[in-house]
Design a protein around this ligand. Structure first.
Ligand SMILES: [Ca+2]
Length: 364
């Protein structure tokens, strides 16, 4: 593997802050050449845009062939657009954080604090130049008056990293908590539309920032499959798993057969890799046998990635695990291999001028 000297796409007009958040290749990329990019910038707002491969050079995208899919989404730097993936129906699903206004997570008229699902090939908002996408009729709020028709599950704080199990389509969401708990939620395919994950009424398994409304049916909420508390402040010196979850993936690769079917995630604050076994117990979807896998990674001197911002754990086409670490001069992409973790692609750092760091969770 080698890093090409010329970026496939540069979208950073002079003087405009941009911070890439996520990208997704169209399911029909081989024929369409479409790639979708979520980024923030332009007066503090975030955008999903589509770019198309150059007709003359297959290794680059043509900045002129740009289509705004959803623009001008008001977010904060910390809670912006997150992971973006296509679902099995070919719809684009994006995680969006709230903006320190907790009530928005429960407000169906807002896309913030939600996962949203859009059809980027159409336009159901012809009078809105910032919304150039269609809504599938099976979106759970497609016909709800006053609701943002894109909304899937609500009640999230900062779902910046989530994934879909390639084997069965189950959804796994890492939701970054506020001051005390991190949580991971597992929902079976087909069950997550319209679900409510509970923020700001709950933070992990603890009471959240807002009291439950009178008469609210707590049983209607989807509880986390796993939650872990932050370490005592200040410092990160306890055995806590961390303070800003970087949601992961269910391993379906072949390099580490014993790990198949386990859910792997990391934490932005402590930089440790964990795994858990998915199971259904007492009517709930939970993780059990949670193990800190960091010592097995064979890092020099037994080190981990503490404080180094592991902001993505994902999978490749073969289902193998990759971890990205952010930071100017230290940004790297790693592939997890048996008994070792090998730097696979060096220098994905901010060096080089225009490239910006890719960030996701922060401790805030
Ligand atoms: Ca439109």
């Amino acid at each position: 593997m080698r890093l090409l000297a010329t970026p496939a796409l540069a979208i950073n007009p002079p003087g405009v802050l941009l911070q890439a958040r996520s990208l997704a290749f169209a399911p029909d990329f081989a024929s369409s050449g479409h790639v979708f990019i979520a980024f923030e910038g332009r007066n503090g707002k975030s955008h999903v845009e589509r770019y198309t491969r150059s007709a003359t050079d297959q290794l680059v995208f043509d900045p002129a062939r740009r289509r705004v899919v959803w623009g001008e989404i008001r977010v904060t730097v910390e809670h912006a657009l997150g992971a973006m993936h296509f679902d099995r129906a070919g719809m684009l699903v994006v995680g969006i954080g709230e903006i320190y206004q907790q009530a928005l997570s429960q407000d169906l008229s807002s896309p913030l604090g939600k996962l949203v699902r859009i059809d980027p090939s159409g336009d159901d908002f012809p009078s809105d130049a910032t919304r150039n996408h269609a809504i599938r009729a099976d979106n759970p709020h497609a016909g709800v008056p006053g609701a943002a028709r894109e909304v899937l599950p609500r009640g999230l704080r900062n779902p910046c990293r989530w994934s879909s199990d390639r084997r069965n389509g189950d959804l796994w969401i890492g939701d970054v908590g506020n001051q005390s708990w991190e949580e991971i939620t597992w929902m079976a395919a087909g069950s997550f539309a319209g679900a409510n994950l509970g923020w700001p009424y709950f933070e992990g398994v603890a009471p959240g920032l807002e009291a439950l409304p009178p008469g609210f049916d707590v049983s209607s909420l989807t509880p986390p499959a796993w939650a872990f508390p932050h370490p005592p402040m200040p410092g990160l010196v306890s055995n806590s798993a961390g303070c800003a979850v970087t949601g992961g993936v269910v391993y379906r690769g072949s390099l580490m057969r014993a790990w198949r079917g386990r859910y792997f995630w990391v934490d932005w604050c402590r930089g440790r890799l964990h795994s858990g076994v998915e199971t259904v117990g007492l009517g709930r979807r939970v993780l059990r046998s949670v193990i800190d896998r960091t010592p097995m990674l064979g890092l020099p001197g037994g080190a981990n990635f503490a404080q180094l911002g592991m902001n993505t754990i994902s999978e490749d086409a073969q289902g193998e695990l990759w971890i990205a670490r952010q930071g100017r001069g230290i940004g790297k992409l790693y592939r997890v291999e048996p008994e070792a973790i090998q730097p696979a692609l060096a220098d994905a750092s901010g060096r080089g001028g225009r490239r910006r760091r890719v960030s996701c969770p922060t401790a805030s």
